[in-house]
Structures are given as C-alpha cells and as structure tokens.
Design a protein around this ligand. Structure first.
Ligand code: NI
Length: 145
C-alpha cells in the first residue's frame, strides 16, 4: 500500500464523508478505495473479453409479458455453464426481480447479459463484472492460500 495526498473540494469531501457514515466505512481511505474500485469496474471496456470474471446480473421483468418467462429460462439454460446461482423475487402481482451470479469469460458474460436485458418487458437491467483475479491481492494480504 502507498500513502498519497490529494486535494479535494469541501463539497465533494462532505459528500464522501456522508457516504462513509451512511455505509459504515471505517475511514475515508476505505471509502475512497471502494469508490475508485467501483468506478474502475464500471469502466468495463478495460476488461479483456478473455478474462475470467464473476458477475452479478440484475433485472426486473413482467412475468405476464407473453412468453418472456419461458424465453428468460431458456436463455439461462442455454448458458448453464455461466450460471452459478439465480435468486428470484416476486416483487408484486406483475413484476419479478432476478439476480443471477455468473462466472466465466467476460465476453461470454456480456453477450448473455445483453441477450437477457434487451428482451421486451425486461427493465433495470444491470451487469456488474468483477475480475476473478481480484482475489490475488486478497490472498497476498491475508496469506490464506
Ligand atoms: Ni416471480
């Protein structure tokens, strides 16, 4: 780890401190590290398509939309090798929330996510890709290998 000094606007620092308190971070450093990690993860074009990743795919869909449930289930089955687990929540009489945990190559995960979230009747589709080699730093830090 390295220690750096940054210059920051009062307003921005106030916002960071608010986030820190709301989320219960132990320090400003931890807050900033997580915000930066989050920003880097969102810059997804930097992830190599061949790179191994975990991912969380979340979306809401109307289970009454004609054939949609069947099409989504079919998409999941034809990519069973990517699927680790899916949580299904019946939000109300019409909508379902699904969170799929995926594991595989970044390009394959993105293609699958696109196929799901572009279906008519699917809303709030979001893919969060997490590079699998993230664990390397973690293992070094804690030396449990
Ligand atoms: Ni449901």
């Amino acid at each position: 780890m390295q220690r750096i000094t940054i210059t920051i606007d009062d307003d921005l620092l106030e916002t960071i401190d608010k986030i820190s308190t709301q989320r219960g971070y132990a320090s400003r450093s931890e807050t900033l590290r997580d915000l930066v990690r989050d920003a880097l993860t969102r810059a997804q074009p930097t992830i190599d398509g061949e790179a191994g990743c975990y991912a969380a795919l979340t979306y809401v869909y109307e289970h009454e939309t004609r054939d949609l449930s069947r099409r989504l289930t079919s998409a999941q089955h034809s990519h069973y090798d990517l699927s680790v687990s899916t949580l299904h929540v019946h939000i109300d009489g019409h909508d379902c929330l699904e969170i799929s945990v995926l594991k595989g190559k970044a390009a394959e995960i993105k293609a699958f996510a696109d196929r799901v979230v572009t279906q008519r009747g699917v809303r709030f589709g979001n893919l969060h890709l997490i590079p699998a080699d993230h664990g390397a730093d973690h293992r070094e830090m804690h030396s449990h290998d």
